[in-house]
Design a protein around this ligand. Structure first.
Ligand code: GRF
Length: 251
């Protein structure tokens, strides 16, 4: 069997997706193992889950860095013009100025995060309820020299519908009759990267937002390990379809 895929995971909270991934690794359902867990908040339950399974972890708080970026080392190799020209996070009037402010400060935090992650060897980075948006600075650093993107995210909606922080809330508020979750590669926009896998659930009459969340999360716990398994088995590739880059899954 090929060598196990080494997974780095970033979390911000409870880590139920992290748990599903750990369990799939330990059960041998996917040819992968955990390399580290990083959190941008101390004391979250996901860190306890890592400890319980003997997985090394670290905390890298964004908060203090975003407040006083000048107190931290500059981001090595940062080409701010390049980062701003690539990002798809800001549009419209004043986009350039807003992007510049955002990316310059985030890159300082991302450099610290990279420093922590670089202490470990990892093949793929999975964002599992990590509530931060990456700039092209860190994305390029992680993907450089690799054919496939190396950062995956799980989103609680059927993308491209409802990107952003509250996929289940948005699905409910819109009155959708079907909802779902999506695993995608991370690109330079918000929840906009090539889709690796999706699962859908039916929204029944009378379902509350809490019902939707429960149905969705249960699917997330199956979807994320499945998608990581496809990556581990070398079944994913990128292809051009019109102007979009899409993921193709081989049989
Ligand atoms: C999930 O719904 C995920 O899709 C979203 O944040 C939530 C994280 O849950 N990005 P958990 O921390 O994995 O329990």
């Amino acid at each position: 069997m090929a060598e196990k895929l080494k997974i780095g995971a970033l979390i911000s909270g409870g880590g139920t997706n992290l748990q599903a991934i750990i369990d799939a690794c330990e059960a041998g359902e996917i040819n992968a193992e955990m390399a580290f867990v990083g959190s941008d908040h101390p004391g979250v339950k996901g860190l306890d889950r890592a400890a319980k399974h003997g997985i090394p972890s670290f905390v890298m708080e964004y908060g203090p860095i975003l407040k006083n970026p000048e107190d931290y080392p500059a981001a090595p190799g940062l080409d701010l013009d390049d980062v701003i020209s690539k990002q798809h996070l800001f549009y419209g009037e004043g986009a350039l100025e807003r992007a510049e402010l955002y990316c310059a400060v985030r890159a300082v935090a991302e450099a610290q995060l990279l420093k922590e992650m670089d202490k470990f060897e990892y093949d793929v980075l999975v964002l599992a309820g990590f509530m931060r948006i990456f700039t092209p600075y860190i994305i390029d650093k992680i993907n450089k020299g690799h054919d496939l993107p190396r950062i995956m995210n799980i989103h609680p909606a059927l993308l491209p519908a409802f990107p952003g922080v509250d996929g289940y809330g948005d699905t409910f508020a819109y009155g959708c009759k079907v909802g779902g979750c999506t695993v995608h590669f991370v690109d330079y926009g918000e929840d906009s990267g090539p889709i690796i896998g999706q699962k859908a659930y039916t929204i029944d009459p009378g379902d509350t937002e809490a019902d939707i969340r429960k149905k969705g999360l249960e699917l997330e716990w199956r979807l994320y390990p499945e998608c990581i398994g496809l990556y581990a088995d070398g079944r994913l590739s990128l292809a051009k379809r019109g102007r979009r880059t899409v993921v193709e899954v081989s049989r």
